[in-house]
Write a protein that binds this ligand. Structure first.
Ligand code: GCB
Length: 866
């Protein structure tokens, strides 16, 4: 440690130093360049990542390597009497600081803070060159090794310059300068608090320090001042411990998050000036996770319900201003949640501050995900990360769970190339690491609960790893990666029966959902918001029906970047309750209906949404979310319907004539209105002079193009007098997924439109009146081993057809308009292809597909009257 090093600073002796701690941000104006493009230097501000764009670009891996930030720092002469530090809140993932070309310190790991003392390398009354080299290359000795999110490189959290007196609280440690307050016993009558600080004398001379602490109640009234005198030799560090009992404490809870604080300072002997100071909030609460009765906080049962949260945002990658961290957690709280998991890594210090204030219970974890490396170096880095996480966020009453592993066997389970002995060795090193982590966690913090998250696999039980932590988290994707929503509860009951002493929490669940995709008939893998509602509703019900379940955290609060993903939107994991830009999906309001106490009501859908019933007899389904017992829905301020609410929702079935309708849902004082348009399918052909007909072939969902605003309506079979397909079936790339391909379709932003299709289709027919029309056909050749199969798809038997060669002719009203259309040959695979034809209709339009080799395909069709 730096403060123990002997430095040649003789001239400091005897100076009367009065420097109070100053903390200033050092974020602005750094010269930045990357090793793969050293000639290009740009001026950037911290928080910064170099992967905000390239992690979302087609075709190439995002840059993982070294980059350099430089800037000049003028060090005034008076700093010579001080100690100067750089404090990083987070920099991904190996960071080395050079001052005037000399290395001042290095940190490994991208998700915890660290402090580097630069005093010895500085020149005073002079400019100094600060150079920070950051490297986010894959490193087998640094977690995360692999995971379903982007490892954005850069100094992506705030950077501070801290100047203290030579006599100061320790800063350059795993706690990144935090002074820990322990609350070993808390009850309604009394709470004991224990504060332990390390005072460092960085000067050569002996010093006497008076260390004092004020303990303040939630109203900022001083409850007690304690002080101690410490004598330190030159270059010595000493611990000071204070203890105090708070009588009748005001307890911290999600409903009433009361925060105490302490303010600590160092003064010289007989001096009035503070030489250094530190303050922190803390909270008093006790808790228990009971395997039979669930979670208890301050003696009261409380079901933990909330979400996981990743730290990236559309356009910014992980380099977020604190304001976004704050608003994210406010949205989680406003959803009615009481719980968050900072999956899969420790997050910005602002996150824990805001969770304390808002009253959100936190599961914080280190990023040991999917796989481990069997080296001492890897194990050591992981243990150091856990130490840093625990010590840095120790004082936050919101933190109740320390997590240390996520789905650690998932790589191994899906690796067909690994030999049995290799698998065995991998299991052993994982279990060994879990044991070490458990031991360390308990040594550092015996007052909180340890936890790990598992994927649906028996190996966690048979290997014994699931017996190590206090609480077991299950990431369960029944109704998505595994079939059957009802299997969720069955799985839990079975685990509970077999392991009755294990407290269980649902650490993840949720399907992908894309707001461009709507249906009234949701199915797994259709990416519709309606299926998201169906799954979350079922999971909430199943958890609430089981007292033994500690709680549940939805996957995920918001959509997030994951460069290898190819879902409805490439490079994005779309399981969010919100979109990547933080606009809310409908499901967010559903959680409000389930969780909020204040009255709420919400008509699901979007403003100016089109509805397409077959005719006036087919009802339109309008879901209304509310926490009331009954709600009313008025249509155009005249018709009024009412319904009971069950599970936070009512489905109103309305038979409405074509046109615009104003809907208003009301419950007591609260109401919500929306405008919808009704267009009957049976009249769409007659309306062609006003509105083009756009059909999302090969699927039951409507797709809205956010740019053109066109709605590609779900497909239908042909009937005389109308329009629709003849022959073929819904294309299904994978046996486990219901429809389409999940591949990233090149050359379009409208991936879902091209991902679903009808294969073996014989014809598409429109019984239109005579005239001239433009027909546009949409195709994509889906047969292509797009990428390594997604390991998160827990199925083993992926249907593969690698032939991929198909050729068919397209005929319109009997005349061949495209001969030997071979999509792969003519346009490339997984590429959006649109071909338009002008057609003269006499007796309607019939587009026929005549197969030469392989099977015909169609993804979409548009009909315009010209
Ligand atoms: C999981 C992982 C998480 C993934 C998620 C998914 O089980 O823990 O990191 O993002 O599944 O969406 O597949």
């Amino acid at each position: 440690m730096k403060h123990l090093k002997i430095a040649f600073l003789l001239f400091l002796f005897g100076t009367s130093i009065y420097a109070q701690r100053t903390v200033q941000s050092l974020n602005s104006s750094w010269q930045f360049s990357r090793e793969n493009n050293p000639g290009k230097t740009e001026t950037v501000n911290i928080p910064h990542t170099w992967n905000a764009e390239d992690a979302f670009r087609d075709g190439k891996e995002y840059f993982r390597g070294k980059a350099t930030y430089t800037k000049n720092l003028f060090a005034p002469q008076k700093w010579q009497n001080d100690q100067v530090f750089l404090k990083f809140e987070g920099s991904n993932q190996v960071t080395e600081v050079f001052v005037n070309g000399i290395s001042a310190g290095k940190h490994i790991g991208g998700y915890t803070g660290f402090v580097i003392d630069i005093s010895e390398e500085l020149n005073f009354a002079a400019e100094n060159e600060l150079k920070i080299v950051v490297d986010n290359s894959h490193d087998t000795n640094i977690p995360p090794l692999d995971a379903d999110f982007n490892f954005y490189g850069g100094i992506y959290r705030d950077l501070e310059l801290i100047i203290t007196d030579k006599l100061h609280f320790e800063l350059e440690n795993a706690a990144a300068g935090n002074i820990l307050i322990r609350t070993p016993e808390v009850s309604e009558e009394k709470a004991t608090v224990k504060i332990e600080a390390t005072v460092v004398n960085d000067s050569e001379a002996s010093k006497t320090a008076i260390v004092a602490v004020d303990i303040l109640d939630p109203a900022s009234k001083i409850l007690k001042t304690l002080s101690k005198k410490v004598r330190l030799k030159g270059k010595e560090a000493k611990n000071v411990i204070f203890e105090y009992s708070v009588e009748n404490p005001r307890l911290w809870s999600p409903k009433d998050p009361q925060l105490y604080s302490f303010e600590m300072n160092i003064k010289g002997e007989n001096a009035e000036e503070k030489l250094d100071e530190f303050s922190s909030k803390f909270g008093l609460r006790w808790f228990e996770a009971d395997p039979e009765n669930g979670f208890f906080l301050n003696g009261e049962p409380i079901k933990l319900i909330g979400a996981n949260r990743h730290q990236d945002l559309k356009g910014l990658g992980n380099a977020l201003p604190n304001a976004v961290h704050k608003s994210d957690y406010k949205m989680i709280k406003e959803m009615g949640a009481n719980f968050v998991r900072t999956a899969h890594y420790p997050q910005d210090p602002e996150v824990y501050r805001i969770c304390d204030e808002l009253g959100l219970i936190v599961w914080s974890e280190v990023p040991v995900i999917n796989n481990v490396t069997a080296t001492d170096a890897y194990h050591e880095v992981v243990l150091q990360m856990q130490k840093e996480q625990i010590q840095q966020y120790f004082n936050h009453p919101s933190v109740i769970f320390w997590g240390y592993m996520n789905e650690i066997f998932i790589r191994l389970v899906f690796n067909n190339e690994m030999t049995e002995p290799d698998k065995k060795a991998k299991i052993e090193t994982s279990v060994e690491l879990a044991e070490k982590l458990e031991k360390l966690t308990k040594e550092l913090d015996p007052y909180r609960l340890s936890v790990m998250a598992l994927h649906e696999n028996e190996l966690y039980n048979t290997s014994g790893i699931a017996d190590i932590p206090d609480v077991i988290g299950w990431n369960l994707y029944f109704g998505w990666y595994s079939p059957g929503l009802e299997n969720f509860g069955k799985f839990l009951d079975e685990q509970h029966e077999r392991y009755p002493n294990r407290p269980l929490i649902i650490s993840e669940y949720g399907p992908g959902a894309d707001v461009r995709i709507q249906t009234e008939d949701p199915k797994p893998w259709d990416y519709s918001e309606a299926y998201q509602l169906k799954l979350h509703r079922s999971y909430i019900n199943q958890v609430l029906a089981r007292d033994y379940v500690v709680g549940m955290a939805a996957w995920n609060f918001a959509d997030f970047g994951s460069s290898f993903r190819q879902d409805a939107m490439p490079y994005i994991n779309q399981k969010g309750l919100l979109n990547f830009d933080r606009s809310k999906k409908n499901i967010y309001y559903y959680y409000q209906a389930r969780l909020l106490e204040a009255p709420m009501i919400f008509i699901a859908g979007e403003e100016y949404e089109y509805k397409f019933p077959e005719d006036e007899n087919e009802p339109i389904v309008i879901p209304v979310f509310s926490n009331a017992a009954n709600v009313t829905l008025s249509v155009n301020d005249s018709l009024e319907y009412s319904s009971e609410i069950s599970d936070g929702l009512a489905f109103f079935e309305l038979q409405l004539p074509e046109g615009i309708h104003q809907l208003t849902a009301t419950h007591g004082e609260v109401s919500h209105s929306r405008t919808i348009y009704v267009l009957q399918r049976k009249s769409l052909l007659k309306k062609l002079h006003k509105r083009d007909l756009t059909i999302n072939v090969g699927t039951h969902v409507n797709y809205k193009d956010p740019v053109t605003k066109e709605i590609w309506i779900s497909d239908q079979p042909y009937e005389a007098g109308e329009f629709g397909y003849v022959g073929g079936e819904v294309y299904q790339k994978s046996v486990t997924k219901f429809q389409g391909t999940a591949s990233d379709i090149q050359g379009t932003e409208n991936d879902p439109l091209f991902q679903t299709m009808r294969e073996g289709i014989e014809a598409y027919k429109f019984d239109v009146e005579d005239g001239t029309y433009k027909v546009t056909l949409l195709f994509a050749e889906p047969e292509f081993n797009a990428s390594e199969e997604n390991i998160y798809n827990l199925s083993t038997s992926e249907a593969q057809n690698l032939e991929g060669v198909r050729s068919f002719d397209v005929l319109i009203n009997g005349r061949t308009v495209s001969e030997d259309l071979n999509l792969a040959r003519d346009y490339g695979r997984i590429r959006a292809v649109t071909i338009s034809y002008t057609v003269k209709a006499e007796n309607g339009i019939s587009i026929e597909f005549s197969e030469n080799t392989g099977r015909s395909l169609l993804s979409g069709i548009k009909l315009e009257k010209i």
